[in-house]
Design a protein around this ligand. Structure first.
Ligand SMILES: *Cc1c(COP(=O)(O)O)cnc(C)c1O
Length: 413
């Protein structure tokens, strides 16, 4: 199916790049909005959006302009010095996310603060370090524990895979970091029962993305907040995939009326241009970090800060969140009609869906390959689930087009 040009490219990559991914056989050369073009000039509607890193689409003109301007002026100074793009980034992000985070629970009412990092896994690692330090310094816990949920995905570092339930992610990478307890996702009683004198924090995805866009049962996150607040335990929401308008609101957890103590952000924060991540929380919690206790050479660099500040500015008036809700409703209406016609179930919120392919149709990978042949990029997760997360610039007509193609693929056995 692939031409000689893309074939040559794929062969070279197979030979010289580590085999830690199994990409679909398409070689993308350019992107614009919700669309990409491959080396042979074929166009595809991008319904993965780099796992939500491209919430604002490929090459958004506002972001590209800011990045170009910054590239020509200043890209890196390290945190040894101040630079003139940091204030707008941390102030903007504190204004956007601060009101959704602080003022309730043991995280207290201090002013919102931002810890800038680069990748998502780094933000999660940083949050883990912060809650451990908070437990040591503020609560006098010698060996703090963190409660996580089964089916979690928080990244790929040695500490993070230590509490992953996915054998591919975890097996063979020991010895593992101790200090984590995993409980079933969605079971508030199990979580409350796991909280002890030693519990520093609960770390959760408000919607589990990699697990297949698994939404929690109604009331679950509110009960988790109650149980943690009662015991003085911090609540950390990993919003690296669910946040920044993907699920129809700035933070997915706000949908449940919950304010966590710390939030990790990444992916879309970099506008699809540079890796940018952050931990946001109150000054009472993030204040446990003092000079020398944590750092990153590239974290908060001028290029990253300029792009992220623009992303934050674009999200400030709620237009993208609203777009995700309205177009998401259209997507979910269309998908629910396919349940019983090739799909066994559909989950998600906003422009984000996990769809389970009925066994007689084939695997989710089979469906992803059929979609590819029809000009749509999507990615399977686990064996039977396909995730749909198009850039939020997608139009209503394009959603209908996607639904039509998907209907074809589910019929073609
Ligand atoms: C992608 C993801 C991460 C890891 O981000 P990287 O930038 O790939 O390190 C962490 N948590 C969640 C919820 C994610 O979806």
């Amino acid at each position: 199916m692939t031409t000689s040009e893309s074939h040559r490219h794929i062969e070279a990559v197979e030979r010289h790049a580590a085999h830690n991914y199994h990409p679909l056989p398409v070689v993308i050369a350019s992107g614009d909005g919700a669309w990409v073009t491959d080396v042979d000039g074929r166009r595809y509607l991008d319904c993965l959006a780099a796992y939500s890193a491209l919430n604002l689409g490929h090459a958004h003109p506002r972001l590209v302009a800011v990045a170009h301007e910054q590239l020509d002026r200043l890209t890196l100074v390290s945190r040894a010095f101040h630079h003139d793009r940091m204030a707008a980034f941390v102030t903007g992000l504190a204004d956007l996310v601060g009101p959704l985070v602080v003022a309730e629970g043991p995280g207290g009412t201090g002013e919102a603060m931002v810890l800038p990092m680069n990748t998502g896994a780094e933000a999660v690692e940083s949050a883990i370090k912060v809650v451990r330090k908070h437990a040591h310094d503020v609560r006098g816990i010698a060996e703090p524990e963190i409660v996580v949920a089964d089916g979690n995905f928080h990244g790929r570092t040695t500490t993070i895979v230590s509490f992953s339930g996915d054998p591919d992610a975890r097996d063979g990478f020991g010895p593992y970091t101790p200090g984590f307890v995993s409980v079933p996702y969605g079971d508030a009683d199990a979580l409350a029962a796991a909280l002890t004198e030693r519990t520093a924090a609960v770390l959760l995805e408000p919607i589990q993305g990699e697990a297949g866009v698994v939404t929690p049962p109604p009331g679950y996150l509110a009960r988790v907040r109650e149980a943690t607040a009662e015991r003085g335990v911090l609540l950390v929401a990993d919003e690296i995939q669910s946040g920044l308008a993907r699920a129809g609101s700035t933070l997915a957890i706000s949908h449940d009326g919950v304010r966590p103590d710390l939030v990790t952000l990444g992916k879309a924060l970099g506008g699809g241009i540079v890796p940018v991540s952050a931990v946001v929380g109150s000054s009472e919690v993030l204040g446990v970090l003092t000079p020398g206790t944590h750092g990153s050479t590239f974290g908060g660099n001028p290029l990253a800060a300029a792009v992220a500040a623009e992303v934050v500015a674009m999200l400030a008036d709620g237009t993208w969140q609203e777009r995700s809700r309205t177009l998401g409703a259209r997507l979910h209406d269309g998908l629910s009609e396919l349940v019983g016609h090739g799909l066994s179930s559909v989950r998600g919120r906003g422009l984000w869906a996990g769809i389970d392919v009925a066994p007689e149709v084939g695997t989710a990978r089979d469906v992803a390959e059929r979609l590819l042949a029809r000009g749509i990029l999507a990615k399977d997760t686990h064996t039977t689930t396909l995730r749909l997360a198009p850039p939020l610039v997608i139009t209503a007509e394009e959603i209908d087009w996607l639904l039509d193609r998907l209907r074809d693929c589910l019929a073609a056995v």
